[in-house]
Ligand binder design. Structure first.
Ligand SMILES: NC(=O)c1ccc[n+]([C@@H]2O[C@H](COP(=O)([O-])OP(=O)(O)OC[C@H]3O[C@@H](n4cnc5c(N)ncnc54)[C@H](OP(=O)(O)O)[C@@H]3O)[C@@H](O)[C@H]2O)c1
Length: 332
């Protein structure tokens, strides 16, 4: 098998394409022939030892994959050689083969292409859990999505629309805004790529409020963080919910008096922990998502594909804030 290995702490340029023996599946494991691996922001962090999971080196990044079961370990039930599956692997996905715990794999519908399956669960799973379980979003409410053209952001637009919300997509460029309108966003807002200045933050808040007739938004889905966070909390409606999803722009701090003034909630979203701690709710959410996919209401938008040997370029694109929707690494 081949894998793009991280052998030292560093950026995408440190990954090395390496030949290695194909492993045998252990107890309750599947050996999966990887056809596609979804690229996610945590993949850029894990190779720098900046993610909560720090695998021993060498390891391949790649937290989610889709492919075909090639061998089945002892004690596995419900899977057979030849099954088309997706897997939440955490890492190891930028490779031709991967060992996955059988309980982290899900069979995929016959009509779902491998590349779409490889970028389905993490983005839609996170955004569905965030909007449904954490924000309890209601039809007719207003949802503001930050980083709306990115992986989880684009999923939040589609799921917000499917839930009957009015969606405002906030992004850093006009091509990203157009991408969001094509996904169904009702309104778009282009923010500065540098939000460090107080006046720029005030202007951002004012623009959000203006789009809601001065009332503010009911739910903020923040997958950006940094200096973008506080202006959106200031633009919340009474009893609004601010969802803490991700921090590509840094970990923000908030003046807590804002929560008093708005009667609002600051709500953490940790999808990975939710899948482990609340498996029944996770399974129900997965059923929702496959139904929405079969109804054509959600569909991963893949804007770039890279062969395994260029997986580092895929990560670089994400880091450079250049991705529309999803990027996929393909091995076949
Ligand atoms: N809470 C959870 O359970 C959970 C689950 C999955 C992912 N996440 C987190 O959610 C965040 C987004 O993940 P993703 O895979 O959707 O990433 P992505 O596709 O790269 O999207 C992130 C977006 O953030 C914006 N951004 C702002 N400042 C940035 C910077 N300095 N560098 C890169 N992007 C920047 C970019 O949009 P603009 O250029 O338009 O600003 C970009 O499109 C990550 O922090 C990830 O770790 C959290």
């Amino acid at each position: 098998m081949k894998a793009m290995l991280s052998t030292e702490v560093g950026g995408p340029e440190t990954l090395v394409l390496t030949d290695m023996p194909t492993p045998e599946p252990g107890k309750k494991q599947l050996l999966i022939k990887v056809h596609a691996a979804g690229v996610n922001f945590p993949d850029t962090l894990i190779i720098r030892d900046m993610y909560q999971v720090k695998p021993p080196r060498p390891f391949a990044p790649g937290g989610e994959i889709a492919g075909v079961v090639e061998a089945v370990g002892d004690g596995v039930t419900g899977f057979a050689v030849g099954d088309r599956v997706l897997g939440m692997t955490g890492f190891g996905g930028f490779a031709t083969h991967i060992l996955a715990d059988a309980n982290s794999a899900i069979k995929i519908p016959d009509n779902m292409p491998f590349d779409e399956a490889a970028c389905f669960v993490l983005t839609y799973g996170t955004s569905h859990h965030a909007l449904k379980d954490r924000a309890n979003i209601q039809a007719g409410e207003t949802l503001l999505v930050l980083g709306a053209a990115g992986g989880v952001g684009a999923a939040a637009i589609e799921l917000g629309k499917a839930a009957g919300a009015r969606v405002i997509a906030a992004v850093s460029s006009e091509d990203k805004a157009q991408f969001c309108r094509d996904l169904g966003a009702d309104e778009t807002l282009i923010y500065s790529r540098d939000m460090s200045d107080r006046a720029t933050q005030k202007d951002f808040s004012a623009q959000i409020k203006k789009l809601t007739g001065g009332d503010g938004v009911d739910v903020v889905y923040d997958a950006v963080g940094g200096d973008y966070a506080e202006p959106t909390v200031r633009a919340l409606a009474w009893k609004g919910r601010y969802l803490v999803v991700g921090f590509p722009a840094g970990i923000p701090k908030l003046p807590l008096n804002l929560t008093l003034l708005k009667g609002c909630q600051v709500v953490g979203v940790f999808w990975g922990a939710h899948t482990v701690r609340e498996p029944q709710s996770h399974a129900e959410n997965m059923r929702d998502l496959f139904r929405l996919y079969s109804e054509g209401k959600i569909k991963p938008r893949i804007s770039a594909r890279y062969p395994l040997a260029q997986a580092g370029d895929a990560l670089q694109l994400l880091q450079d804030r250049k991705v529309l929707g999803k990027v996929v690494v393909t091995t076949s």
